[in-house]
Unconditional design. Structure first.
Length: 288
């Protein structure tokens, strides 16, 4: 079954009375080379379990099933479940779950697989919800080895950006707390049915088994990053005083200087370690 063949895709959609649902970000991959490359990159061990988000009609799912021990695919669109039952019926290592990945109990869903081999995430993500899905996966605290995802090219740039560059943002600083991101390759819009409005890229996040940075107060670390980027054009002390009403402007200047920065620095110049150090000072100041 060639699910990258446009005629096959259209005929399946007709047979199962389906339409491409824009509200679910349904842009299906139609280039077998790209599908194969993503599946190859998803994990380095054949013993792996792969959590796939949004299998669509099963194009990437089939390639994952062929390479890895187990595949768990979470699909929000109930209408796609009968097609998936049909397109995946020759694989016995796949479990398809009809749920919204933002609400699913991922820990319970993956409990049978953790401890049996590495667990990684692989997906051609729905673009309307890319960042919330990535944040949910990272914040879940689940021991994923890696997350390999197709996302908008611009978001891929942001994830892999260095501090101080225009693409660097709150998501970069937070992501680097959990692991490192690498942009693997670009994919143009013509490789999807229907084609999305923007180009895409595949990014791989490798999660730390043991996080190298341990903030004194994790929630306060996230709050510090958010404050710095919510007022991106302001100097860091001004951005902090807007985000921490309990601190005076003078205290914010003193904290930024105590962390080893000039008072006119902007938050976008700080890397994750800088934010952890700064948030530790803020935590100590607030606790006084
Ligand atoms: N994996 C297929 C492929 O590569 O051709 C389809 C990818 S398509 C970009 C995104 C898929 O995610 C769709 O099947 C869509 O229905 C599904 N989806 C959208 N929002 C979702 C959510 N919140 N939870 C689970 N699946 C979702």
């Amino acid at each position: 079954m060639n699910l990258c063949d446009i005629k096959t895709v259209k005929s399946l959609m007709d047979t199962f009375s389906l339409r491409f649902r824009k509200e679910f970000g349904q842009n299906f991959l139609t280039n077998p080379m790209i599908v194969g490359d993503i599946a190859d990159a998803a994990a380095d061990s054949a013993e792996s379990t792969i959590l796939e988000i949004g299998p669509g009609i099963g194009t990437l799912t089939r390639e994952l099933c062929a390479r890895y021990a187990n595949v768990v695919s979470v699909e929000i669109d109930r209408g796609l479940i009968p097609v998936l039952t049909y397109t995946l019926n020759d694989f016995h290592n796949v479990k398809v779950v009809n749920e919204d990945v933002m609400k699913a109990d991922l820990a319970a869903l993956l409990a049978p697989y953790f401890g049996k081999g590495p667990v990684s995430v692989c997906a051609n993500l729905p673009y309307y919800i890319t960042t919330p899905i990535l944040m949910r996966l990272l914040e879940s605290g689940l021991p994923f080895r890696s997350i390999t995802v197709m996302i908008q090219s611009e978001v891929a740039d942001r994830l892999a950006a260095r501090a101080g560059t225009a693409a660097y943002g709150a998501i970069t600083a937070v992501l680097n707390y959990y692991g490192t991101a690498e942009r693997l390759f670009k994919v143009s819009a013509g490789n999807f049915l229907p084609p999305p409005k923007v180009d895409s890229a595949v990014v791989q996040i490798r999660l730390y088994a043991q996080k190298p940075l341990v903030p004194r107060d994790e929630a306060l670390f996230f709050r510090t990053v958010r404050a710095a980027f919510e007022q991106r054009r302001k100097t860091l002390p001004n951005a902090l005083s807007a985000g921490f009403p309990e601190l005076s402007k003078e205290q914010c200047v003193a904290l930024v200087e105590a962390a080893g920065h000039r008072a006119d620095i902007r938050g976008e110049r700080l890397n994750t370690a800088d934010f952890v150090a700064l948030s530790d000072l803020i935590a100590a100041e607030i606790a006084k």
